[in-house]
Design a protein around this ligand. Structure first.
Ligand SMILES: [Zn+2]
Length: 65
């Protein structure tokens, strides 16, 4: 079993991880929370460990034509 670590970004307002990155032209980089509509450059970063199941790497059964 393989364990990978990755950083997830968390909304400082509602704690949701449903953030997406928004690049502004003048205002610079921002994050946008799709749950509470928070927009701003500050987000919480959290390191999580993910276990990859053997045989599950590189193959995605759904969402691929
Ligand atoms: Zn939020």
């Amino acid at each position: 079993m393989q364990i990978v670590r990755r950083i997830v970004k968390r909304c400082p307002s509602c704690g949701s991880t449903g953030l997406y990155y928004e690049a502004g032209m003048i205002t610079g980089q921002k994050y946008h929370c799709r749950k509470c509509n928070y927009i701003g450059p500050l987000v919480f970063e959290e390191e999580v460990e993910e276990r990859l199941k053997p045989g599950d790497s590189g193959k995605h059964g759904s969402g691929f034509p």
